[in-house]
Design a protein around this ligand. Structure first.
Ligand SMILES: [Zn+2]
Length: 323
């Protein structure tokens, strides 16, 4: 069991019911861990979002400054967003100024509403605009309604940001500096990371997965590898991945995701070069380095197929000039 230092927050049944539309669900038990003088994070359970873990499979964080709170990501249901808010309120009564959203995937964004009601402005990268009104977004919502009932209310709607971000930017609040970087398109077109200074805490969103198979979806694996290089900021002392435990060795934390992407690309590139159909390529490939990780059964084959298609596209692309 991982050490947990911070207090337990029990969201009362009444609040949970108001937040999620359920009436008989047990309270959500959400704990945060301090990882810097101003910075805390909550860690979701390993693996996929399920009814058993109430959709709590991703991380979020918050930074308490003299002039208010900045939140990074909002977790995967309105009830979890409310539980995150309750945990922040245990630390401070300061106003919640902003949520920096790493990307619009369900497990990071479905908890936005309670934070906005509390006064936060939602900031997200413009790359999410197409996704928000897309068939994949509607399909994901229908899937979550089914698999996470009753935690996704019938009238749930994914909310748009108050402010669209166009690229890298920095801001300072209460003496704390926030370096926001657009590191997509990688895991998603809109990926944002946040480096908190002087704490040296880097929130990577889903650019980094720890202790589990990354989720690729329709990711751009070449862009993702480049983004991991952009994330390797020497000022980052603690790295908070989108999923998994925070690490005080940022380079090691980047390694699992980088090695996974490199291996998938190498094996699927070879399969495409050998003109192997995907099923045969998948059966022949060696996956022992990854098969013991959480979410392998749920996600690995789909990841391999996505990269296989990407390698096909790359094989058809005109050659790049050297350098
Ligand atoms: Zn994601």
């Amino acid at each position: 069991m991982r050490p947990r230092r911070a207090a337990v927050v029990l969201l009362t049944g009444a609040i949970a019911a108001a937040a999620c539309g359920a009436s008989a669900e047990p309270p959500i038990d959400l704990r945060s861990r301090q990882i810097g003088p101003h910075t805390w994070y909550v860690e979701g359970e390993a693996g996929a979002a399920t009814r058993e873990n109430r959709g709590f499979n991703a991380n979020a964080g918050f930074v308490v400054t003299a002039d208010g709170v900045v939140v990074f990501d909002a977790l995967g249901t309105p009830a979890l967003g409310a539980a995150l808010l309750a945990e922040i309120r245990r630390r401070t009564q300061a106003p919640i100024r902003r949520v920096i959203l790493s990307h619009y995937h369900a497990d990071h964004a479905y908890g936005l509403a309670p934070l906005r009601v509390a006064g936060a402005q939602i900031w997200a990268h413009r790359g999410a605009k197409i996704y928000l009104d897309s068939e994949p977004a509607r399909t994901r919502l229908a899937q979550r309604r089914e698999t996470l009932a009753p935690w996704i209310p019938a009238d749930f709607e994914l909310i748009e940001p108050d402010h669209w971000v166009d690229g890298d930017f920095d801001f300072t609040l209460g003496g704390v500096r926030f370096d926001i970087r657009h590191v997509g398109p990688a895991h998603s077109p809109e990926d944002l990371s946040m480096l908190v200074l002087p704490d040296g805490v880097l929130f990577t969103g889903d650019l980094v997965f720890a202790g589990r198979i990354p989720f690729l979806g329709d990711a751009d694996s070449a862009g993702w590898l480049a983004a991991l290089d952009k994330l390797a900021d020497p000022r980052a002392r603690v790295l908070v991945p989108g999923h998994g435990t925070a690490s005080t060795d940022a380079q090691a934390a980047l390694r699992l995701t980088r090695d996974y992407l490199l291996d998938l690309r190498a094996q699927m590139r070879q399969a495409v070069a050998d003109l192997l159909p995907f099923d045969e390529a998948y059966a022949r490939a060696r996956w022992d380095a990854w098969s013991g990780l959480a979410a392998f059964a749920e996600g690995h084959r789909a990841n391999a197929y996505a990269v296989y298609l990407e390698m096909e596209r790359e094989s058809l692309a005109p050659p790049q000039p050297p350098g």
